[in-house]
Design a binder for this molecule. Structure first.
Ligand SMILES: Nc1ncnc2c1ncn2[C@@H]1O[C@H](COP(=O)(O)OP(=O)(O)OP(=O)(O)O)[C@@H](O)[C@H]1O
Length: 983
């Protein structure tokens, strides 16, 4: 990098300037710390052992004249300390302070009194104490972090730590306070401080540091200063790390490749023998040529000529065989090694928790298993063996060169070192470009996957052109990334080839001059030309393979991001069997967060006897499904515990725990296999008769029996050949087959029509009589038969009791019930009735007379709408007014960048689309069904039979005025809400 950037003030490269000795006043006004040109010094790296870890330091060294000049030393140290102080001020968000020089001078002047502490450490401690008022208790972690960030890593890439290391903050702080750091602790401290700075800013870090008052635990400090429990903070820290990308280079990739190939010893040995033979031949051939020329051809010695020719031909044949051995071994090695990587990747996939999986972009994993593994395999089969064998060829040739003439050999080695060193910088950028390209590949795969899945939605919304424009943007990004990757990759090879050609010319010139002097023979020059051709060919070959390797490094880093991800499927603590029959289930102060930003469940506690049937109800997003996720150990609580009898579920053997449960969720995606397979995976050893019995219980047997291949019918990708309701029944049959003690239903009947729902509910009631049932539901009518109801709101359990108790209480549940109870569904969903009272509760009709309400009631139309259907579109002035009788609808507003913000989720009893009743008023939001819905709807035309909302206010009846005024108020309220959300 040296010499590339010119400093404006001194005309010197920036890298020189930054390590030059400050000499204030010598170049007044040229820079903050102007430099006397004669004081420039070069930089070397030194390993220093301090505080239990190895770190790299940059130190200036002096020429002879300068040695002994204490002034120089003082200035050198001072400029380095001032640089560290300036960086510390910048990191901590403080203005560059002239006092920083004061601190530096003070630190330097007292350095003799501190034999055990370096100036850098002292400087950082002083800044923290004097400027940030950091107390002694938090000083060690902050000082260690800043030392790591500002001294150890000066100028380098920030060191990343593994996700698993983002834990045990208390332990980390304790160890650093006792000055007993473990390996990796300084990097962890640095990572934690960087996370707090990025997330909470300098203010947050300062508050955290200053919060360490005597007698306070780390947990108390976190809660008091960052308003988070330690567990939440650690979770958020880990999430922030998962977004970091580590940059790796050629050598780590080579080491990784060697590790992958090591288990296949036979092929590795064959490959090594092949390379060895090729190398030996390459070493001997020039010597034989020399002999042929000097001892055979020049003195006309036939015996030597024939003997050497025999050597050459024999060597050629053996080398050809060695070449075949190399081809054979790499063809087997690459696929074998990458097959094992593929298997490990898949194992890792199965070992990842839901939390970890959500850290990968949707296209990433597909792209890792398809494109990335292929690219790395190509490099392992072609490029790496090529580079290794050509590297050995070069090495062997150089040894021979040494034997022929050491002067020419030394010149060759020097020029080759330059030839391979020259492309290093381009190579580094090429590797980064390759990684960036792979990230873009993953994104576009995800985008295409999403487009294929959501094509019907795209068509309904008529946003093909918008999607096309987004695709064009992404394609352009891929183009830019590919262009950079290929250009920089090719340039790396080109620079090497160019440097090698120049080196060859130089060495041939040197040989010619030496032969003119008579110091080398003609045979040596001829042999040397042969050697140079071999070396040039090998180096050219290496250069040609470099772009392939560079591309593979980008792919390998992505493969590693999966392989290195800690396997974190919630593990069993002591594998206790649950020997006694299940009699009690309890949640004790359970808190949970998905991302660490906010609590999605907040200290939920309840205890229940088993068997019992419990309904979990509450508005959307209140945390009902999260309870199911925790009970099934899809996630573990971050605080509190879930107990079965007296055992924490984290201690129960995972297999045993899973065998106790069956989960039926809203997601009914099936495997692309037969119906029988999709039911049988509930219990793999089930007989055909048991599968059929489960299907009968789920009310799906008759449908299956009517199919041409009955239970052997393939359900298509994700089950797309079946309807949503049929898929849901197959999932329910699967759960029945499992015969679980705890049945967890998460909106299990949401895709069924009312009649099917009633039938399935009856079956569920029957089979859940002697087992534990948790049922998440939005339909409160199904809660009446439940033994117990838990009502959630904003992650808290706000009410519990039976249906009657909760109604009597008049709280959240009673409010939800009131909205829903006015609507009755009958005759398999074909009949939906809303009471006149229910209609009057809708603000639009609040002031309308009884008689007119009856007329409006008669005009309402029943509509059955599948999930994911857009009913009102933002900006459109057409459509209908809807009341939700069953299902759920979300209301979104589009942002300029094409994404959308969720405004609210509407449940049974809610209404929307009222602006369709006014002429020319656009809908402020897009409303789309989340689940299959039963709706009551009214069009503007229908309503005009009762009230003409288009007439001027003078001509309007009182009904018309009332409706128009209510719509006006609602429009104002919606606009206000929209503006609030947008702000
Ligand atoms: N995988 C996830 N990652 C991040 N946040 C999530 C995740 N799943 C749910 N949440 C958030 O957690 C909160 C509770 O979600 P949960 O699914 O438990 O709600 P719910 O009451 O079941 O809602 P609904 O009735 O709409 O299904 C919501 O605010 C949601 O946005």
């Amino acid at each position: 990098m040296a010499g590339r950037h010119r400093a404006p003030s001194t005309g010197q490269p920036r890298s020189w300037r930054s390590f030059s000795v400050g000499h204030r006043g010598a170049h007044a006004g040229s820079s903050l710390y102007p430099i006397a040109p004669e004081r420039r010094c070069r930089v070397r790296r030194r390993h220093v052992h301090r505080a239990g870890y190895i770190k790299r330091q940059r130190r200036p060294y002096m020429n002879k004249q300068e040695q002994g000049s204490w002034k120089y030393m003082l200035n050198g140290r001072r400029s380095r300390l001032i640089r560290i102080a300036t960086r510390a001020f910048a990191l901590l968000g403080m203005p560059p302070d002239p006092a920083s020089q004061q601190v530096v001078l003070q630190v330097l002047s007292e350095s003799r009194q501190r034999p055990n502490s370096s100036n850098e450490n002292e400087l950082i401690r002083r800044i923290l104490v004097d400027y940030l008022d950091v107390p002694a208790a938090s000083l060690p972690i902050l000082a260690t972090a800043l030392e790591h960030l500002l001294i150890v890593k000066t100028g380098g890439e920030p060191e990343t730590i593994g996700l698993a290391a983002a834990s045990d903050l208390q332990g980390l702080i304790d160890r650093l306070a006792k000055d007993r750091p473990e390996r990796g602790d300084p990097a962890r401290a640095a990572s934690f401080v960087r996370f707090v700075l990025d997330t909470y800013g300098v203010k947050g870090l300062t508050a955290f540091a200053q919060g360490f008052e005597p007698g306070r635990t780390v947990a108390e400090v976190c809660r008091a200063t960052l308003n988070k429990s330690v567990a939440m903070l650690e979770l958020q820290w880990a999430e922030s790390l998962s977004r970091e990308q580590s940059a790796k280079g050629v050598w780590p990739f080579m080491r990784w490749t060697a590790a992958q190939l090591r288990p296949f010893r036979l092929f590795c040995t064959l490959l090594a023998i092949g390379i060895f033979i090729q190398t030996v031949y390459a070493m001997l051939m020039p010597l034989w040529l020399n002999q042929l020329f000097d001892e055979g051809i020049t003195p006309q010695n036939a015996e030597v000529i024939w003997r050497t020719l025999a050597y050459l031909i024999g060597g050629f044949l053996v080398t050809a065989m060695a070449g075949l051995a190399i081809d054979f071994s790499v063809s087997a090695l690459g696929p074998k090694a990458l097959n094992s990587v593929r298997q490990r990747g898949f194992d890792k996939l199965l070992a990842l928790s839901s939390r970890s999986l959500s850290r990968f972009q949707s296209g990433d994993i597909v792209s890792i298993f398809t494109n990335d593994i292929f690219v790395v395999e190509n490099a392992v089969v072609r490029a790496i063996p090529g580079i290794v064998s050509k590297g050995f060829l070069m090495l062997g040739s150089l040894i021979t060169a040494m034997a022929l003439d050491w002067r020419m050999a030394l010149a060759t080695i020097s020029l080759l070192v330059i030839a391979f060193w020259a492309p290093r910088i381009v190579g580094r950028y090429a590797i980064k470009a390759s990684y960036a390209r792979k990230i873009e590949d993953g994104k576009i795969v995800g985008f295409i996957k999403e487009t294929v899945q959501l094509l019907p939605v795209i068509r309904t919304l008529d946003i093909e052109r918008h999607r096309r424009a987004t695709f064009d943007d992404r394609s352009q990004t891929i183009y830019d990334a590919s262009y950079r990757q290929y250009l920089l990759g090719e340039l790396t090879g080109r620079v090497t080839v160019f440097a090698i050609s120049a080196a060859q010319l130089g060495i041939i010139g040197l040989g010619a001059v030496l032969s003119l002097n008579g110091t080398v023979s003609g045979g040596v020059v001829v042999a040397y030309i042969g050697l140079l051709l071999a070396i040039g060919g090998a180096a050219g070959g290496i250069a040609a393979f470099l772009p392939v390797v560079i591309q593979a490094i980008g792919s390998w880093q992505r493969i590693e991001s999966l392989l290195e991800h800690p396997a974190d499927v919630p593990a069993t603590v002591n594998g206790a069997p649950l020997d006694k029959p299940l009699s009690r289930l309890a949640l004790r102060d359970v808190s949970f967060s998905y991302t660490g930003e906010r609590l999605n469940l907040n200290e939920v506690s309840f205890e229940t006897a088993v068997p019992r049937r419990i309904a979990l109800v509450g508005p959307s997003g209140s945390g009902k499904s999260t309870i199911i996720n925790l009970l099934s150990r899809n996630y573990d609580a971050i605080n509190g515990s879930i107990m079965l009898n007296d055992t924490d579920i984290r201690e129960v053997d995972n297999q045993k725990l899973r065998s106790l449960m069956a989960v039926v969720s809203q997601d009914t995606t099936l495997f692309e296999e037969s119906i029988a397979y999709n039911i049988r995976i509930g219990r793999l050893d089930a007989t055909d008769a048991e599968v059929e019995q489960a299907a009968r219980a789920a009310e799906i047997h008759d449908f299956i029996a009517g199919l041409p291949n009955d239970y052997d019918t393939n359900v298509g990708e994700g089950g797309k050949l079946l309807s949503g309701g049929q898929r849901q029944r197959i999932v329910i049959a699967r759960a029945f087959l499992r015969n679980p003690q705890i049945l967890l239903l998460d909106e299990a009947t949401s895709a069924l029509d009312a009649e099917a729902e009633a039938a399935i509910n009856e079956t569920l009631t029957r089979i859940s009589a002697d087992r534990m049932l948790f049922s998440v539901t939005h339909r409160l009518s199904s809660c009446r038969d439940m033994d117990w109801i838990c009502v959630f709101k904003d992650g808290k359990m706000v009410e519990t009791g039976t249906h009657d108790q909760l109604l009597e209480r008049g709280g959240v549940y009673a409010g939800m019930w009131e909205k829903q109870s006015e609507i009755a569904i009958g005759n398999a969903g074909r009949e939906v009735a809303i009471s006149i009272e229910g209609l009057r509760k809708i603000p639009l009709f609040a002031g309308v007379s009884e008689q007119e309400l009856h007329r409006i009631h008669g005009l309402l139309r029943v509509e059955e709408v599948p999930a994911d259907t857009v009913l009102t579109e933002e900006g459109a002035t057409t459509g209908r007014f809807y009341i939700i009788a069953r299902g759920s609808v979300d209301s979104n507003v589009a942002r300029r960048d094409g994404t959308s913000v969720e405004m609210e989720i509407l449940d049974v009893g809610d209404f929307f689309g009222e602006f369709a009743l006014l002429e020319g008023i656009p809908h402020p939001t897009t409303c789309r069904t989340r689940l299959p819905c039963l709706l009551l709807s009214l069009s503007r035309h229908d309503l005009s039979q009762v009230a003409d909302l288009g007439r001027s206010s003078l001509e309007q009846s009182s009904l018309e005025k009332e409706i128009a005024a209510t719509l006006d108020r609602r429009l104002d309220a919606k606009l206000e809400k929209l503006l609030g959300r947008a702000a």
